[in-house]
Design a protein around this ligand. Structure first.
Ligand SMILES: NC(=O)c1ccc[n+]([C@@H]2O[C@H](COP(=O)([O-])OP(=O)(O)OC[C@H]3O[C@@H](n4cnc5c(N)ncnc54)[C@H](OP(=O)(O)O)[C@@H]3O)[C@@H](O)[C@H]2O)c1
Length: 273
């Protein structure tokens, strides 16, 4: 992004916006090309401290010069935020990161069809994000390329052809980091119960996730086979996975992801009207 003079506006300057802005700045985008609208004063102070960007409390003329507007508000506040910002967004291309809110709703609120919906995740903060993107028909190849340049600063991405698949993506990779952290909490507690210090247990658990993920990424083998290679006959891994199987852990975990997917659909219905 170093030689790119595109101006990008952010509506909402919270966690997800900060993750993307961090990526853009790391890749050399000038902070002066970023406009942020963020009503919460302490968050504006944080953005100033983190990125040197003075965010605006409400949308205004500065937004009009932005070729791309990123919507990083909660699903619950999207409609109101859209009503406030619409008079200032000109002919911009729009990129939403909001869970659940369908592009039909966004098109209606903003009066434009140039909308890309996305579902990023918080590892974007460290350049290891995983994002899925969906484009409405009116989005051109050049528009898509512009979105890709932005999202690529936060990690990897893929496009989905059907918008409803973004709900599944939300359940899988959008919320996914929380599942990993949940398992880290459990591994840390188990380690402590077995006599390790909290620090030792946490370091071992995080390192194991990093290592196993890197192995899965580097390997052409399916996870079933990778797991088999850890599992010695009559050994410790077998004892653990047998215990999980008898408690139906996998089925419960899959059920949890379906609950997240259903909630994404509900968010679209509840807050997209
Ligand atoms: N966090 C994640 O892991 C994640 C992952 C993928 C997608 N998302 C999506 O990203 C979106 C933002 O989530 P987040 O975690 O970044 O939330 P967040 O940290 O709460 O950020 C949203 C920000 O938008 C501000 N805001 C509220 N009304 C506004 C308005 N009218 N105009 C401009 N800004 C306004 C909020 O201020 P106040 O606090 O004053 O309301 C808040 O600072 C959500 O739609 C979520 O579904 C999040």
């Amino acid at each position: 992004m170093a030689n790119d003079n595109t101006r990008i506006g952010f509506i909402g300057g919270g966690n997800m916006a900060s993750a993307i802005i961090g990526g853009l700045i790391r890749q050399g985008m000038a902070a002066s090309n970023i406009e942020i609208v963020e009503p919460y004063e302490p968050q504006r102070a944080k953005l100033k401290e983190q990125f040197g960007i003075t965010a605006q409390a409400e949308p205004g003329a500065a937004l009009a010069g932005c070729e791309l507007v990123v919507w990083a508000v909660k699903p619950q506040t999207f409609k109101d935020a859209a009503a406030q910002a619409k008079p200032h967004t000109g002919t911009a291309l729009h990129l939403s990161v909001a869970a659940g809110i369908r592009s039909d709703s966004i098109a209606r609120w903003l009066g434009t069809q140039r909308i890309v919906r996305s579902m990023p995740n918080t590892p974007a903060l460290v350049g290891k994000g995983m994002t899925a993107l969906f484009a409405r028909d009116a989005v051109t190849a050049a528009d898509k390329a512009q979105v890709e340049r932005v999202i690529a600063t936060t990690g990897e991405f893929l496009w989905v052809d059907e918008e409803k698949h973004l709900d599944a993506v939300t359940a899988l990779s959008g919320s996914g980091p929380a599942y990993v952290f949940y398992f880290l909490e459990a591994m840390r507690q188990a380690g402590k119960e077995m006599g390790l210090t909290e620090q030792q247990a946490y370091k071992l658990a995080v390192g194991t996730f990093v290592g196993a993920s890197a192995l899965a990424q580097a390997s052409n083998d399916p996870p079933e086979l990778l797991r088999e290679r850890v599992t010695s006959k009559g050994g410790t891994t077998y004892a653990a996975t047998t215990s999980m199987d008898s408690d139906n852990v996998k089925a419960h975990f899959i059920k949890a992801l379906h609950a997240a997917c259903k909630r994404a659909d509900e968010l679209g219905n509840e807050f997209g009207a």
